[in-house]
Design a protein around this ligand. Sequence first.
Ligand code: PTJ
Length: 250
Amino acid sequence: MMEIPKSHPRYESLMRREKLVAGIEAGITSMQGLIAHGRGEAFDYLIGERTMDSALQATEVAAAILCDANKPVLSVNGNVAALASPEMVALSRLIDAPLEVNIFYRTEARVKRIKELLMRSGAKRVFGDMPDARLEGIDHARGLVSHDGIYTADVVLAPLEDGDRCEALIAMGKKVITIDLNPLSRTSRYATVSIVDDVQRALRNIIKIIEDNNLSRNADLDSILANYDNRKILKAAINEIAERLVNLEP
Ligand code: PTJ
């Protein structure tokens, strides 16, 4: 990776690019992942590269859902692996949830490398290299899942997700938590809880909320969810972005 001085005003953003390029060189991230990242980066620029209030509200609900789940599974693709493997593994250990490699531009070699990276980072259980179930209505590779992983999970955390798989998981009765910098994406609109934030920032926040509040599986989730409206939170995110832009001086 190129040395980026910490004093550089765009240090965090440039480091994310370096991690993705390293991910491609290591055979972990797809080339298309760079394009997806560019879209996310543009939204992050408009957001102001920070966690918005609306995103924090969504993150708190996501943390409660994950802690209350009977069988949570954390889905990992090539971008998430490059940008946030330590955080995904830390969360999986904290809530005792397996990880599952599930990628759109699937090659078996890339699945294997992502799994190896997660295991090296301290993961206990990683599904995805031997899929034995199929999500109905998903004809591409993201429909290939593990029966003991995503297929029978009650809650799936799926950052940088595809809208159609999100819809399929919801149709199966699962709760889907997504992290997506684009509040207008199909995934953001269909998920149970959409966190409009950068994947690493959002995962660090989830971990901190769980640790600070000592959240357990007995969280009073029903009343939390009864008061939660994902579309309203997305609208709040759009308003926060718009307000910031209106008040920005060039
Ligand atoms: O590894 P694979 O084969 O599964 O491919 C992964 C990508 C991300 C290439 C694939 O899932 C894809 O094409 O995704 P999309 O449909 O482009 O959606 C990615 C979404 O993630 C977009 O809405 C981006 O705005 C958003 N995004 C990009 N970077 C980040 C992000 N969201 C949160 N944090 C980011 N760092």
